[in-house]
Each structure stands twice: as C-alpha cells, then as structure tokens.
Design a protein around this ligand. Structure first.
Ligand SMILES: [Ca+2]
Ligand SMILES: [Ca+2]
Length: 426
C-alpha cells in the first residue's frame, strides 16, 4: 500500500477516537432528580422556581434563558419575572429585564466594576446602585408584588419606595454590613408594567445602596431568577459575603439552580472544580433542598471540552443534574453556519431560541417523568417507587392512573410508569 494512502486511514482512526470520546460524554445525566421538586410544584399549581447562576451567556438579551422562560410560562403559567439585579448592565428593555427609566443623584455599579466602598459582596449579582442624599431612581417592573433588596451598614440612611405617586414603604438601612429586603404591593393584578421609584428619604444623609428586585404575580406557575455576572467564573461569586449570599439565595428559595460558569480568565481548570463545588455548598447553605443542574457552555472555544468533563465529574460525584451543550454542536463552524452566533461567543436570538427550546424539551421530558415515577412522593427516585406504584395500581389510586383511559387501571398505565421510571433513571 502506498504510504500516501495510509495518512487518511490514520486520520480516520483519529477522528473515530475523537468521536468515541465525545460519545463517552453523555448529553445529559440525572435530570429527573434535579428537576423533580420544581416540576412537582409546576404540575400541582404551585410555584416552580429556577435560579440561574451564570455569566453574560445567561443574561444577555436574546439568549437562551429568555426562551426557556417564555416556553415554561406558556406551559405552566406565570408566577412572575423573578429576581433581577439592578446594578448590572444587562437591563434590556424587554420582558425579563428591569428597565431603568429615569432618576438623578445616584451611582451605578456593575458586577465587575466598582468604587470604594465596594458593596458588591453584599449583593447576589455583584452590582448595585448607590443613592446620594436627595437622589432617586425609577424603574419599570412587572407584576404587583415586588421585593426590594438593599445593603445594610453602620450609619446607613433611609429610602422610600414609591409607586403611582404613593409612598409604599420607608426603609432604614442602618445595621451590620449585610442585606435586607422589603416587600411592597403595587396594587392590581396581572402582568402590566408598573413604575417603581427608590428615593432617598427627606433628610437622610447616610449611604444608601439598593441592589435587586424580585417580581411576583401572586399566581402559581414558573418563575426564573437571574444571578448573572458578566465575564466571570465561580471565583467571583465566592467573593460574596457568605452569610449574605446564603441569605439571599434562601429568600429566593429556588427548587432548582442552574449553574453555567467557565473559569473565565482568572483561574485554571484544577481550581475550577473546587470553586464550583464551593459555590454549590453556599447555595445549599441558604437553600438546602435546592437541586443543582450544571450546564456547559456551547462550543465557542475548545477548552469548553474540559469544562464539560469537569461538570460531568462534579455531577456524578454529587448526584447533580448535567446538560452538555458542548457536544450539541460540532464546534464554532457549525454554530456560525447555523447563524447561531452573535459575536463568536454569545448566541444570536436564533441560537437562543434553538438552545432554549432544546433545554425546554429536555426539562419537560425529564421533569414530568420524574414526577410520574416518584410514586411515594418523597422527591427521591428509587426501587421503593416501583413498590409504591404496584400498590397504588392494585388499589386503583389516582397516582397510578398514568395513561388514558382515565379511571381505568390497565396495561397502558403500567407501560407509562415503566417508561417514566426508565427515563427518570437515566
Ligand atoms: Ca420516591
Ligand atoms: Ca389509565
């Protein structure tokens, strides 16, 4: 055989090895257990809360998180626009953002910037606004129930929360360094845009720092909370004051937490795993029952492969959910050819809709399967659910009536249980 013909053979062998390596990395794992508490709430009229801890890829306008939000709202109802920081630079004039519409006498800090004293560690997103004496800032918010988060500190001043010309709350912020929040009811119902102003109280001279809003409709359904810091990895979130971070996460009380962070220029892969695991610990300090989903980035650079392997190892060790967007595409070239790149890192609106739709389909399949398979309702999936199903099936309980015809317990219900249990065990 001529030597020239052997080179392609070696190349083919190498390609097959690469393909085999990619095949070894699953597209997802442990999704049903990770989504079970959220889907149980969504399917029983409660509020399913997902907190997303990520970088710019999760908060930028048009990215996939907005598509997930729209699809889950449509499927399960709208519980609200959730938690959003007001100090960061991603306040797009669109539904899931908060639009700043006016004000004076304030200073705004994004997550990665700041001036002394830097209040970022006493917030969840790292950003905040500081009101000067007499200063104010007005926002468009969504839904009638708004929680306003602020920083407490020695000598802290007082601010008013105002909507429709009416002062709704007067809040003193003096105390130990930390955070606080106040709930205000803007009146009415539904999803209309409302104006909300935070204003330094007359005569207040002390420093005033406001960091975030959480917006609720008061109805059951899906609510997505954003903790996004542009261009950072987990280490940046670990700079947050631990008690503050845990307390804010606890106040959000998420059913599930989606983490999508890279090492982002400051760290090396060996430190990355420990940082992600520390971040998960801190989430559980505040919300012990929250389930974790580790979501890899799409392949905008080749080192995401290492991230995909690291996330998988963390997920397998901790029993966390895992979704691998790295192997969903063949690389930058495919993303570019599909028109899914905005700027060779971030997704275009088309790319956001595709990835959001892909994740929604996964969530629906594995979330619903988990709820159907958890026959004893303890939010764990194991062999005791098989026994519980058999008993409920024999006793003709509603929990075992999983397939049409309704009110009839037959082989189609058994099949439905086995399919759900099989999916949920993947
Ligand atoms: Ca169970
Ligand atoms: Ca049936």
């Amino acid at each position: 055989m001529p030597a020239t013909l052997r080179i392609p053979a070696i190349a083919v062998a190498a390609a097959l090895c690469a393909h085999a390596a990619a095949q070894d990395r699953p597209m997802h794992a442990n999704l049903s257990p990770a989504l079970l508490p959220m889907y149980r709430d969504l399917l029983t009229g409660g509020t399913g809360d997902l907190l997303i801890i990520g970088d710019s890829l999760t908060v930028r306008p048009g990215t996939f998180t907005y598509a997930i939000d729209d699809l889950l709202w449509e499927a399960h109802g709208i519980a609200g626009d959730g938690f959003r920081g007001i100090g960061q630079g991603f306040d797009a004039d669109m539904r899931q953002g908060i639009s700043a519409v006016g004000g004076n006498g304030y200073w705004q800090s994004g997550a990665s910037g700041g001036r002394e004293p830097y209040y970022g560690p006493y917030t969840l997103e790292g950003g905040f606004i500081e009101l000067n004496p007499g200063g104010h800032r007005t926002y468009h918010v969504f839904g009638p129930h708004v929680r306003v988060y602020y920083v407490t500190q020695p000598g802290g001043g007082a601010f008013q929360v105002i909507s429709g010309g009416k002062p709704l709350a007067l809040v003193g912020t003096a105390g130990e360094l930390g955070h606080g929040f106040v709930d205000v009811d803007l009146g009415g119902s539904g999803l209309d845009v409302r104006e909300l102003t935070v204003r330094a109280a007359p005569g207040s001279e002390g420093p005033l720092v406001v960091s975030a809003f959480e917006m609720r409709t008061g109805a059951g359904g899906y609510m997505q909370h954003y903790a996004g810091r542009g261009g950072v990895g987990p280490e940046d979130f670990l700079t947050a004051d631990r008690a503050t971070f845990s307390s804010i996460v606890g106040s959000i009380d998420p059913d599930a937490v989606l983490i999508m962070l890279d090492w982002s220029g400051y760290d090396e892969p060996p430190g990355f795993r420990a940082d992600i695991e520390s971040l998960i610990e801190r989430v559980h300090d505040g919300a012990p029952g929250a389930r974790i989903v580790l979501l890899t980035h799409h392949p905008f650079k080749e080192t995401i492969a290492t991230q995909a392997d690291t996330y998988l190892a963390i997920a397998e060790a901790g029993g966390h959910g895992y979704v691998n967007l790295y192997d969903l595409f063949d690389g930058r070239e495919e993303l570019e050819a599909l028109g899914y790149f905005d700027d060779f890192v971030h997704l275009s609106p088309e790319g956001g809709r595709y990835v959001g739709g892909y994740l929604f389909d996964l969530f629906e399949a594995y979330g619903r399967a988990g709820v159907a398979a958890d026959q004893n309702g303890d939010a764990e999936l194991d062999h005791t659910d098989v026994l519980a199903f058999l008993e409920s099936f024999t006793q003709r309980r509603a929990s075992a009536d999983l397939a049409a015809p309704e009110g009839v317990w037959d082989y189609s219900d058994v099949t439905a249980f086995l399919v759900s249990f099989g999916l949920a065990s993947e």
